[in-house]
Design a protein. Structure first.
Length: 152
């Protein structure tokens, strides 16, 4: 249980780093935010038969909030998983640990979008990949660093 909790806290720190790097990229390049998290929530809600209530503006705001929450949930969950694995004795090194952690977070975000047909990574350009990989590497580095600092 301790590993899960420490991992969840580390994942929350990693999620903050991911968001900070993403927002910095948006500010520097002047690019808009991605709508794929909201689209994912909308498709999943439709498939589950759960309506998102409200007039069009209110509904869009709810989807945006739910999309953002889904990212936080993914980041905290991946952190909890990594914390549990570390408690079980699976402790990757200082180079591999951040890469594995960031890769799992990236998969946790992108695989559902790809499987639902919302985004196709095979069609992404170099800037798209950089905008996705760099924040996830920051997530992996911070999550791993917190787990290392706290220890098991």
């Amino acid at each position: 249980m301790r590993g899960l909790l420490i991992g969840a806290a580390a994942g929350a720190a990693g999620t903050t780093a991911l968001n900070a790097v993403t927002y910095l990229d948006m500010a520097v390049r002047g690019r808009g935010s991605s709508g794929t998290p909201e689209q994912t929530v909308e498709v999943l809600a439709d498939r589950a038969g759960v309506g998102i209530p409200g007039d069009p503006d209110t509904r869009d705001n709810r989807l945006q909030g739910l999309g953002s929450l889904s990212g936080i949930i993914t980041g905290v969950s991946i952190g909890a998983l990594i914390g549990a694995l570390r408690s079980a004795g699976l402790v990757p090194g200082r180079v591999l640990g951040p890469l594995i952690t960031g890769g799992l977070a990236m998969a946790g975000a992108n695989v559902p979008m790809a499987r639902l047909g919302i985004s196709d990574p095979s069609e992404w350009g170099a800037q798209d990949w950089a905008a996705d990989v760099v924040p996830h590497l920051a997530y992996g580095a911070v999550t791993h660093a917190v787990l290392e600092a706290v220890g098991d």
